[in-house]
Design a protein around this ligand. Structure first.
Ligand code: OVM
Length: 406
């Protein structure tokens, strides 16, 4: 007799795989797995988790562009909020559907719009200069902790309006959030077990009284005063900024540093043309995206790439794999800052596309241009230590040696 799982994938008529996106060897180097899975067909049944997985750019893009069929309110992780209890109160922007989503998204989009955040540019630039001078002075340093963590923990946390004390809770909290989009595995449980204090601290600093009067947090509460949100919702959206805004940018900066340490010719190109910083960041996001996968849940039976997907089915899209799809990118496994990398799916796409992407690009652009003007070379002097997380990829340590420009 067929097992229920085997019967399920046969009904869907798609290849089945025992691929585990959360296994250590996959997290360490997912790229060969993604390639093999893209080649299997437009969709693959992951029997371990009973989800339908998409690895090609075409379907990933199509799914993210249709939020009515592929909804977020049942959770954008493996956990189905209709049948299981989420580990924290669902996000009122990420884990919400239209029309409710539109109201919160509109406010967040405004405070993170280019016009709004460009006010931050002078401060971000000043802090970048200071930090770059400091590490170049040291010569040998840990790019992950001394540089990639230090910058967002200073400038982004300041921009939100957080107190200086307690910021060591931010990365552990984010780590829990991003582990929480995967299965309730040992990795998640271990983090949960040690992060009670971080949850407590986050709840505390989301309150209006904890925030400065002139930050993004205060802007959210001002939107509540204006009647666009309730005050409780403003607090929930501060939690969104703190959940989504730190680990992501820290790891993206780590990935950028490692890309350039490993591709000195590309560093040479950027150093000769510091104005290429923004497009360089875009290629880092394509080639080594921080966010790897998230989920949607079907609201009705739907046909995609000739497959009939039943209602209430969890589907997982591998945005990182889409970024290396040879059907979409020429020579996808080559890191090349000269290519046109826009259209990559590192920030997702559609109505849930990253609301903070302009902030992320601003941080990356400013740091990379400061480095390009001041740093001659960067070289690994030890083995980077990978940070294992169910959803995001980054590092806890990147030992480097740099030389300044003459
Ligand atoms: C949120 C949230 C948390 C993590 C990530 C994210 C990528 C949003 O709490 O709304 O977007």
């Amino acid at each position: 007799m067929l097992s229920a799982v085997a019967a399920h994938h046969m009904k869907l008529n798609v290849p089945v795989s025992d691929f585990d996106p959360y296994a250590e060897e996959v997290l360490r180097d997912p790229w060969p797995y993604y390639q093999e899975l893209r080649e299997k067909g437009p969709a693959v049944w992951l029997e371990r988790y009973s989800v339908l997985a998409f690895f090609r750019h075409e379907q990933v893009h199509a799914i993210l562009s249709d939020p009515y069929t592929y909804c977020s309110s049942a959770g954008v992780g493996l956990t189905n909020f209709r049948t299981e209890t989420p580990w924290r109160k669902p996000s009122i922007i990420l884990e919400a559907d239209p029309p409710e989503h539109g109201r919160t998204r509109k406010v967040v989009a405004r405070i993170l719009s280019p016009a709004w955040i460009n006010k931050l540019r002078p401060t971000f630039e000043r802090e970048a200069e200071k930090l770059v001078d400091k590490v170049l002075n040291k010569g040998t340093f840990d790019a992950a902790t001394d540089f990639c963590e230090a910058y967002p923990l200073k400038v982004f946390a300041d921009a939100v309006g957080l107190p200086a004390e307690g910021r060591e809770n931010l990365l552990p909290y984010g780590d829990m959030v991003f582990n929480g989009f995967g299965p309730i595995n040992e990795r998640f449980k271990e983090r949960m077990g040690t992060s009670g204090q971080a949850v407590q601290w986050i709840a505390e600093v989301c309150r209006r009284e904890s925030l400065t009067k002139d930050g993004l947090g205060a802007d959210l509460y001002a939107a509540a005063d204006a009647g666009e949100l309730t005050h409780e919702e403003a607090g929930m959206l501060v939690r969104t900024l703190l959940s989504a805004g730190l680990d992501t940018t820290v790891f993206t900066l780590c990935n950028a540093m490692l890309c350039f340490a490993k591709h000195p010719d590309q560093w040479e190109t950027l150093r000769e043309n510091p104005s290429m910083a923004r497009q360089a960041i875009e290629e880092v996001l394509r080639y080594e995206p921080t966010f790897h996968s998230f989920y949607r849940t079907t609201t009705k039976q739907v046909e995609i790439a000739g497959i009939t997907v039943p209602e209430s089915q969890k589907v997982v899209v591998f945005i990182a794999s889409a970024n290396r799809d040879a059907q979409r990118w020429e020579d996808p496994d080559r890191f090349d800052i000269r290519r046109r990398a826009s259209g990559n799916l590192a920030f997702g796409t559609g109505i849930h596309g990253c609301a903070g992407q302009m902030m992320a690009r601003l941080e990356g652009d400013i740091l990379l241009s400061a480095l390009a003007r001041k740093m001659h070379s960067i070289e690994l002097v030890g083995t980077p230590i990978h940070h294992f997380n169910n959803t995001v990829r980054g590092y806890t340590s990147i030992p480097v040696k740099t030389t300044p420009n003459k």
